[in-house]
Design a protein around this ligand. Structure first.
Ligand code: AMP
Ligand code: TRP
Length: 344
């Protein structure tokens, strides 16, 4: 893959209730990658509308995700922060990818099955085609590295399949247009660390999610210190004391989840966390976890609130990012048109 310039791309949907899973699985990593890569972080509003959104809430949520990016420490001047719908080339390339991806590939997507539920006939066409748009998001910048939570692994594999099929289907034309190693890179998922799948605080078999009916199931980036402490105190556990090594967490989903959260927030491994808390009761561990969570999240939450009050500033960041993103995306789309034989 050395032929491709390295570039990080990732997206978060503006669908409300940003939570600790979004932070640990995605946003915290976005921040860390900035030192070593050129990064693009996108508020994927066109993905959000695959299910109906209230227009006023959608606007607020787009600004809220942007504020979370900035408050967490993403540098929108060095990197690019924007909302997807400002760059029409995402939709344009997605159409091309709809024609590359196969029905059978999309039929296998577990997220579609989960989100569409029993009433599949009534799901939007956009919800079904969603992974082709996601592939376009990344590949319209020829992105090479994609930090995401574990739930996006299958979509990333599909993006690689689409890139590969495009490279194969148009191999001669791609070579004739001067690309020796294919046109699209095969984007690599970055799914690393102790919290790639943060689980619900109420049920260790379900992932922490924006749409869970129980607010106690998740820690929202909007929560204040008291709410965080109360939710962790009420988090489900089992009656055993904590083990002294990560191996002892096997089969203990709730304990594993809380230890994983602690590890991700502190930057340590599960083993390291357990060397301190192993043998102890959950009550004292929960107290330490709540303190750590508040220490890490409170500055982000307050900065987010401050920024959200200044919508003009947030909108100017998105506009500036949109202009820079559009320029890159247009370059790719021009080449795609040449490769597939569309006149421009
Ligand atoms: P979404 O809210 O679905 O747009 O997700 C935004 C990012 O957060 C994606 O990279 C997801 O994989 C990640 N994410 C969402 N929920 C979780 C979770 N419970 N644990 C870890 N990562 C998550
Ligand atoms: N599908 C992702 C999610 O639900 C969001 C997303 C859209 C994304 N486009 C992307 C993530 C491109 C990474 C890269 O979480």
């Amino acid at each position: 893959m050395s032929a491709f310039q390295q570039r990080v791309f990732s997206g978060v949907q503006p669908t409300g209730n940003l939570h600790l899973g979004n932070y640990l699985g995605a946003i915290q990593k976005f921040v860390d990658l900035q030192d070593n890569y050129d990064c693009m972080y996108c508020v994927v509003d066109m993905h959000a509308i695959t299910v109906w959104q209230d227009p006023n809430e959608l606007r607020d949520n787009i600004r809220e995700v942007t504020a979370a990016f900035l408050a967490a420490g993403i540098d929108a001047k060095k990197h690019i922060v924007f909302n997807q719908s400002r760059v029409p080339q995402h939709a344009e390339l997605a159409w091309v990818f709809n024609c590359v991806a196969r029905m059978g590939w999309l039929n296998r997507m577990t997220q579609f099955k989960e989100k569409a539920g029993k009433d599949r006939e009534n799901a939007s066409v956009g919800l079904f085609a969603y992974p082709a748009l996601m592939a376009a998001d990344i590949l319209v910048y020829r992105g090479t590295h994609v930090p995401v939570g574990d739930d996006q692994k299958q979509h990333l594999e599909l993006a690689r399949d689409i890139a590969q099929k495009f490279n194969n289907d148009f191999a001669d034309s791609i070579a004739a247009n001067g690309h020796a190693d294919g046109f699209f890179p095969l984007p690599e998922p970055l799914i690393t660390g102790p919290a790639t799948r943060v689980m619900s605080l109420r049920d260790g078999s379900k992932k922490m999610s924006k749409s869970d009916a129980s607010d106690l199931s998740r820690i929202n980036l909007r929560d204040d210190a008291e709410q965080i402490a109360a939710k962790i105190r009420k988090a489900r556990t089992d009656p055993e004391p904590l083990p002294s090594e990560a191996k002892g967490l096997e089969g203990r989903r709730e304990a594993d989840n809380l230890v994983g959260i602690y590890a991700a927030l502190s930057g340590d491994s599960r083993d390291k966390v357990l060397s301190e808390f192993g043998g102890g009761q959950f009550s004292s561990f929960k107290q330490a976890l709540a303190d750590l969570c508040i220490e890490k999240l409170a500055p982000i939450t307050s900065e987010m609130r401050r920024m959200q009050a200044d919508t003009a500033y947030i909108d100017s960041v998105l506009e500036d990012g949109g202009v820079r993103a559009r320029e890159l995306a247009q370059g790719t789309m021009d080449q795609v048109k040449d490769i597939i034989g569309l006149l421009r």
